[in-house]
Design a protein around this ligand. Sequence first.
Ligand SMILES: [Ca+2]
Length: 315
Amino acid sequence: MMSPTIAQHPIKPRRVWLDTDIMIGMKDETPREVDDAIALIMALDQPDKIELVGISTITYASYAYEVTRKLLTWYNKTGKVIPVYRGSDTANDAGTENEATRALANALRAEKMPILAIGPVTNIATVVKNHPELVSQIEEVVVCAGRTPGLPFKPGLETLSVGDYNFEMDPESFRILFDAGLNIVLSGYECSIYTFLGKTDVDFLNNTNESDKWLYDQLRPWQQFNEKLFGVDGFVPWDTTPLGYLTHPDYFRYYNDIPVRINVGPNDAGPGNKPYLEVSYDYTDTNWRATYAYKTLPGFEEIVIDSMKRASKSQ
Ligand SMILES: [Ca+2]
């Protein structure tokens, strides 16, 4: 009897550099964004798919450093030390070296790899600007930013517009990356917006385990704050979709090799004008190109929740 033979090639995890503006739990007037933390926990939960070579922080760099180390203590089950480096505090000083840019440059000298950049891209731009010889060592940069022309960013009940945060914090650094001709993957608002974590999705964290409880105590206020702002009790874990491009690419739909431009126009989320990072096959006057994720397919949200449950159970 014939039986299909399935070759058992062990697939090596992809070695990736993570640059993050993680700010979960930062003491402030309002709760702070939690999505970087969820992306980090998910990455640590999938050592078969992704291996973090190093982590650099961007904005609130010292807080980000401390909270990343805390999360690594709880969730890094790989047995490998993942070094963490403090990057730019301001996200407006592309070209100024820091601990993170020096470490990233060294890592790129040693090996070619992709960069998962889930905050403003200042650290990456510094490496590209100061070390153009390393550009060919960057396989791709996966970022959470960009939009199709005219797409409003209106989460929840669509009463309030928000900005394209990572891009608007430091448009100049995006310009540096596109000018360098890097492979850039834009996985931002449009493909993330229907992935939604509500109260019942995180209830399992409300227990006596130290790490679960800490996480729950940051996620729950963030959900409630989102209800105040956008009318719905829950949040979109934005940064999990750029991670998903690396771990579960089949769950997204992409516009490949699409032209990219920075267009300046009236600010849809405040006064004055602002730059927009936009993609369209109609743009014929630009050399910038990207892979643009425009849609998440059903099932990705389940992957996010399952991953968090596994991370929790393995305590
Ligand atoms: Ca982020």
